[in-house]
Every structure is written in structure tokens, then in C-alpha cells.
Design a protein around this ligand. Structure first.
Ligand code: TYD
Length: 200
């Protein structure tokens, strides 16, 4: 089973992923978690280029680098693990590319993004995608103290478009489960577990 988590920076994905990982383990499942971009040596190297605040990266180059990092992670780790029956949890997957590079950066038309996503994911689709929905204002409050990486320096208008992108995906993709990231984390945990356990 492949489960992805999506949402803007500060939406609380990591906390929920850690909770789900533990709960699946307690239920006797083998679980692996990977972050995107990253999760394999090559993908982590690409990540350091992508998040380097000293670099100026062309939007199309950015799109292709996120996709290249994804392709390597999926081929090297995700597919073999899924074939062994491991539950794989991804901290971001190609919906982030649609939201950030497609709607946020408007790098290329969304139809092209969809094609690139299909290629980079080696045609793997998540069984479930949890979208931790948070307003840009709330996210800004939560991340105010953090040192900002290259993506996080993109500004409020950019993040507003990213949220709109995720909202559009949530309307059109059946695998999307939208969660209100402002709710207490215990409530969100239970909602996530209800959906995952129904699929197991
Ligand atoms: P990260 O520190 O992992 O952010 P977070 O903890 O919020 O997930 O950095 C990943 C950044 O890269 C984040 O700003 C989102 C962005 N991103 C894209 O723009 N496109 C993508 O396809 C992916 C996977 C991430």
C-alpha cells in the first residue's frame, strides 16, 4: 500500500506521518517512510540543490529536478518495497509537483505536469493521499521562526496559488482525503487511522 501526505509547509505532515508509522507497526505491518525530494542518495543530492537558498533555478529546471529525484526514489526504493508487501508512506509525492511547480510557479501547463508526473512516478499512484489543509496565514504563523529554504522564500502569492492547486486536486482526485490541519492533532490522527484501517 502506498500512502502520500500533502500540504503546504507548516501543515503538520511530519507529526501525522510519525503517528501513522507507529500505529501501522503496532498493527504488525512493515512500514517505510520517505521524504520528497529525497529518500535515496541521488534524490537527497538533488534535494540539496533544490532547497539551496543561494541558487536561482529556472522553473522548468526546478520541475525536472523534483521529477528526477522522484524517479530515482520510486525505482530504487518504493517499487521494490511495495512488491515485498511493505506499507510505504511518502512525505509529499507528485501532487506537490502539480501544486508547487504547476499552479504555484506556472512552469508549464498542467497537462504537461500530469504527463511528467506519470513518467517520474513510474506510473505508480498512491492508494490514499492525505491533504493537510491550512490557510497561508496560519502556515506563516507556524513557520515564522524557521530559517527559510529556497522554496519557502517564494512569497505569499505563490503559496496562495499552491493552496488553490491542492484544493483543485482534492476536488478531482478520489484518493484525496482533505483534513483540516487547524484541528487538534489527536482528532486528525483518528481520522487518518479510520481511512487507513478501512483499506488494510
Ligand atoms: P521540506 O523541507 O521537505 O518541506 P516540508 O517539511 O514542508 O515538506 O522541503 C520540500 C520543499 O519542496 C517544500 O517547500 C515543497 C517543495 N516541493 C515542490 O515544490 N515540489 C515537489 O514536487 C516536492 C516533492 C516538494
Amino acid at each position: 500500500m502506498l500512502i502520500s501526505f500533502e500540504g503546504i509547509d507548516g501543515s503538520g505532515k511530519s507529526t501525522q506521518i510519525e503517528f501513522l508509522r507507529k500505529r501501522l507497526k503496532e498493527a504488525g505491518h512493515t512500514v517505510r517512510v520517505f521524504r520528497e525530494p529525497g529518500g535515496s542518495e541521488i534524490s537527497e543530492r538533488i534535494r540539496s540543490i533544490l532547497l539551496d537558498a543561494n541558487q536561482k533555478i529556472n522553473p522548468v529546471t526546478e520541475l525536472l529536478l523534483f521529477s528526477a529525484a522522484r524517479s530515482q526514489l520510486v525505482a530504487e526504493k518504493v517499487i521494490p518495497l511495495l512488491e515485498e508487501g511493505t506499507v510505504v508512506i511518502l512525505d509529499r509525492f507528485y501532487d506537490s509537483t502539480t501544486a508547487y511547480q504547476g499552479y504555484g510557479r506556472e512552469s508549464v501547463p498542467i497537462d504537461y505536469i500530469n504527463e511528467i508526473n506519470t513518467i517520474a512516478s513510474h506510473q505508480r499512484e498512491p492508494n490514499l493521499t492525505f491533504y493537510m489543509r491550512l490557510s497561508v496565514e496560519q502556515a506563516e504563523k507556524r513557520t515564522a521562526q524557521k530559517e527559510k529554504d529556497r522554496m519557502e522564500r517564494s512569497g505569499k502569492d505563490f503559496y496562495q496559488k499552491v493552496v488553490e492547486g491542492f484544493d483543485k486536486l482534492a476536488e478531482s482526485e478520489k484518493r484525496f482525503i482533505t483534513l483540516d490541519a487547524e484541528k487538534p492533532k489527536e482528532i486528525i490522527q483518528d481520522q487518518i487511522w479510520d481511512h487507513v484501517s478501512a483499506l488494510l
